[in-house]
Design a protein around this ligand. Sequence first.
Ligand SMILES: *Cc1c(COP(=O)(O)O)cnc(C)c1O
Length: 381
Amino acid sequence: MLSALSAYQRGLAGHPSQICYAVKANPSLAVIQLMAQAGCGFDVVSGGEIARVLAAGGLASRIVFSGVGKTRSEMVDALCAGIGCFNVESVPELELLDQVAHNMGLRAPVSLRVNPDVDAKTHAYIATGQKVNKFGIAHDDVLSAYQRAAAMPGLDIKGIACHIGSQITVIDPYLSAIDRMMDLVLAIHAAGIRLSHLDLGGGLGINYNGETPPDAEQLLRQILARLDARGFGDLTLMIEPGRSLVGNAGVCLTEVLYLKPGDPKNFCIVNAAMNDLPRPAMYQAFHQMVPVCVRPDPLVTWDVVGPVCESGDWLGRDRLLAVEQGDLLAVLSAGAYCMSMASNYNSRSRAAELMVDGPNAHLIRSREALSDQMRHERLLA
Ligand SMILES: *Cc1c(COP(=O)(O)O)cnc(C)c1O
């Protein structure tokens, strides 16, 4: 995690910049705490994530708040906390934020999130920067939205933002996005509105199964070179990486409960499931699996499945493994969008989390108790 972060830090060295870790990738308090200690700001998408950042010792002034559906009460809480910037995603949101801030006697720091209509060449569910996606303000409407924002007394325009998707493994979409964003910055400056930062979002991919995403340091050098070439050397570059900081820092350890060989499928039933690690069920995502106990042959092809009562509850299909009942399997690349998407489906308690630092392991989340699951429920009187 920290070595992934340092690649970003090296790539940005010498340029005004701010790394805002995207909390939704892995919102564990101890993860946020380490990121804060390493100098990160945070990209959040809910009032809950703001509360987590503050509880873990992050600075409110380094929070950027994204998301298409911010509520009035989230706006109030974020303004009270003194967050760094709202990344506003529509004109009606701009109007509500102006009203809320004005009523509080404040000016809300804002950027507009642009939908730059760039193809991130990733899974449809995690592409966010094309016209068919719900995110951001359409490129063609951005200038007029800035002009409206500039006339609102409750707003203080700070910058411009975009985020084109996730698990991006090629450089081109980023370069197209930065070019389109710089065109907009020029137009906005020409209209007499000054921007002090450009937020390029997150989205850099990781190696799950042989993908070869660009190195963060190289990618940032290319982006900064483009900014400098067009005279934007003094514009602060903000980025919002999530998956690429934490994804490959996490594994999910699971025990083989039963082996159920058959025709045409052999099933390896483990005690982790789609409620713990939803990416395979949600996106047909691939996670490598490594037996913790190395056995000699025979290698057998297994579908590795969980106990949840859904056929979509699988963690890996057609995996060649030498396993026996009682063995532990490590499901790799589970640091991002796994625990953060975990649920109690099938009334299963959420797993414990350990943070490993060299030879030391720290318990950062206890296993959820059954009483935790039922805490907010009431029987009828
Ligand atoms: C999810 C998200 C990110 C982080 O995306 P990764 O693919 O995890 O890097 C950054 N910015 C915004 C606005 C997001 O919604």
